[in-house]
Design a protein around this ligand. Structure first.
Ligand SMILES: Cc1cc2nc3c(=O)[nH]c(=O)nc-3n(C[C@H](O)[C@H](O)[C@H](O)COP(=O)(O)OP(=O)(O)OC[C@H]3O[C@@H](n4cnc5c(N)ncnc54)[C@H](O)[C@@H]3O)c2cc1C
Length: 319
């Protein structure tokens, strides 16, 4: 391995968590490489407008991602995007990476920030209307549906809690759930049921989305009778689960039953020198601000880890 391909830190993922880590690490004069599967920005680039990032009243996700990228590069951070990981070795003193383009890299430490994705219904029209009436995040998009009538899909705690929170904006929220009973805590069900703005379509599912530019209506299928009805709506929020992008880490690092990376308060994992940050870790709230916060903590913890590692190595040389 030539020294050109050896880094102090390799960060996997260039979403807000990874880019923030890149900014802090490069600014601390640590030789840093960020490797990203798609285009830089992660879920930010799927976000039409970010209106809850402190200090910025309103900005497109794409723009915010590009500012973060430029900021990291201005401090000397290397970024490789649109590449996939062929092989990753986390154990041992040196961490190793082989990419699909044949390049290999090594590092003293790694920060894993592969993020995640919302589980989708996978039905006709869903891809077309993402961000044009279909949303997977109430905190992010609820405000855009002020005074509108919307649908919430799902029957777990997230769906019910988010449905209640969306009644701050929407005039009517219809919860569509495939079963006759909810899979949520009793208090979440009670809160939803006592809210006069919330209506229910149990034993039903959306089979397709329709509209011209924006979503206008959906096909709702009653799973008992098989009947389908067309249902007019201004928006649909889907809360049927979340999938962390950690498939490539299975068997290599401690993951919980949902595939989320298990971390300590300083973002360290069960493997020495390997840290994790952002949406792919085990946590409750997933936002740009929380990802940025995690990325900061992970970068500072890595700086400290490398500092201590170098001190130990110096001590050994002196002895
Ligand atoms: C439609 C939508 C709207 C949203 N709106 C808002 C909002 O208004 N405000 C807000 O605060 N939050 C919003 N969010 C949530 C916010 O975008 C996420 O919480 C945040 O992006 C998480 O950052 P992250 O860096 O942890 O992960 P991500 O943003 O998911 O980035 C992870 C990156 O890692 C890459 N990656 C994955 N696997 C690999 C691999 N094996 N090798 C290399 N790279 C890999 C991915 O390609 C991606 O670029 C929204 C999310 C969505 C989907």
């Amino acid at each position: 391995m030539n020294s050109k391909n050896h880094y102090d830190v390799i960060v996997i993922g260039a979403g807000p968590a990874g880019l923030t880590a890149g900014i802090y690490l490069s600014r601390a004069r640590l030789k840093t490489l960020i490797v990203n599967e798609g285009i830089v920005g992660g879920q930010l680039v799927l976000t039409h407008e970010i209106a809850n990032y402190p200090g910025v009243e309103s900005i497109s996700g794409y723009q915010l991602a590009n500012i973060m990228k430029k900021q990291a590069m201005s401090f000397g951070c290397d970024i490789k995007s649109n590449v996939s990981i062929q092989q990753i070795e986390l154990e041992g003193e040196l961490k190793n990476l082989m990419l699909s383009d044949g390049n290999t890299f090594s590092s003293e430490s790694m920060i894993l920030t592969p993020g995640g994705r919302s589980r989708t219904l996978g039905v006709t029209g869903e891809d077309n209307f993402k961000g044009k009436g279909i949303s997977y995040c109430a905190t992010c998009d609820g405000d855009f549906f002020t005074g509108k009538e919307i649908v919430v899909v799902g029957g777990g705690n997230s769906a019910l809690e988010e449905a209640v929170s969306l009644t701050k904006y929407a005039t009517k929220v219809t919860i569509v759930h495939q079963f006759e009973h909810f899979q949520a805590f009793e208090h979440a069900v009670t809160e939803a049921k006592k809210n006069p703005k919330i209506h229910f379509k149990m034993g039903s599912t959306i089979t397709s989305f329709h509209g011209s530019e924006n979503l206008e209506n959906v096909d709702l299928k009653n799973l008992k009778t098989g009947e389908t009805q067309n249902f007019k709506t201004d928006g649909v929020f889907i809360f049927i689960g979340y999938v962390p992008n950690t498939e490539f880490l299975k068997g290599k690092i401690n993951l919980n039953q949902w595939g989320e990376m298990v971390i300590k308060a300083d973002m360290s994992t069960n493997i020495e020198g390997v840290f994790a940050a952002g949406d792919s870790t085990a946590k409750k709230y997933r936002q740009v601000t929380t990802a940025v916060g995690d990325g900061t903590v992970a970068a500072l913890a890595v700086s400290n880890y490398l500092h201590e590692l170098k001190a130990k190595q110096q001590q050994l040389i002196t002895i």
